[in-house]
Design a protein around this ligand. Structure first.
Ligand code: DGL
Length: 263
């Protein structure tokens, strides 16, 4: 019988962005195998209804469970903020989610203005509203919908003039409004950090939740006695339901297999 500690961690996102979380997992938990679903055929989730996001999140979860995932990381702010409650009620496996790191930003800001770049689905969600109500209400939250950013990343246009133009249109107003923290509320956005830096310089701290998700994953695996400390045959399987070239550019290394498959 396969020991449950040897089973893989399941990860899903609307597309390739969740690989920014996968990288943090591999760094912190090098003995864990992973199965990653990139639902790129349905990206972006950010413009979809809550019901549709729940339906897609259930579909992804079922596939990961068929692959015996011992824990599932919802590596997507939009899916977490809209669907994780339903997933936790429906399935027994532990779930780790990701939401915009506005609490750390609220502690770091000195100008008391923070920018939050996220999808429409995340910014409109109840979970985001609840989390926002827990921070100091004197802090001004400038919420910016990153329309078009996920699509450009999914199409392999991270470093393109279109991307620079869009990012400038979203970020320059934040500089003018004296924001000193920028929360990246979408797992695709860490791939934009070099470009964001070019635009905002060092006037704004960039805050994302990737490392915190990896630490939380470790703690939950430990709590459920599912941590794998000694695996010498680590495998990283990726499934993508669209052209796999963009994914291939983002992940590389030993143990990786990428399958292009309809799901
Ligand atoms: N990576 C997803 C997130 O974190 C992108 C959402 C989308 O597909 O719109 O929100």
């Amino acid at each position: 019988m396969i020991q449950s500690t040897n089973l893989p961690i399941g990860i899903f996102d609307s597309g390739v962005g969740g690989t920014s979380i996968w990288k943090e997992i591999v760094t912190l938990l090098p003995s864990e195998s992973t199965i990653y679903l990139s639902d790129s055929a349905n990206a972006p989730y950010g413009n979809k209804t809550k019901d549709k996001i729940i339906e897609l999140s259930i579909k992804n979860t079922e596939i990961l469970l068929e692959h015996n995932a011992k824990l599932i990381i919802v590596a997507c702010n939009t899916a977490t903020t809209n669907a994780i409650k339903v997933l936790r009620e429906k399935y027994n496996v532990p779930f780790i989610g990701i939401e915009p790191a506005i609490k750390p930003a609220a502690l770091k800001t000195t100008t008391k203005v923070i920018g939050i770049l996220a999808t429409k689905g995340t910014l409109n969600s109840k979970l985001f509203e609840n989390t926002s109500s827990t921070i100091d209400q004197k802090i001004i939250r400038k919420e910016v919908t990153g329309t078009g950013l996920v699509e450009l990343i999914e199409n392999g246009k991270i470093n393109s003039p279109e991307m620079t133009k869009l990012l400038r249109s979203y970020l320059i107003p934040l500089l003018n409004e004296n924001a000193d923290c920028l929360v990246l509320g979408c797992t695709h956005y860490p791939y934009l950090i070099p470009q964001i830096r070019n635009i905002v310089g060092h006037k704004i701290q960039i805050i994302d939740s990737g490392e915190a998700v990896a630490r939380q994953t470790k703690a939950v695996l430990d709590k459920h006695q599912l941590l794998n400390l000694s695996n010498t045959n680590v495998k990283y399987e990726f499934f993508i339901n669209k052209n796999k070239n963009v994914l291939k550019q983002l992940v590389s290394g030993k143990g990786i297999t990428i399958h292009q498959k309809v799901f």
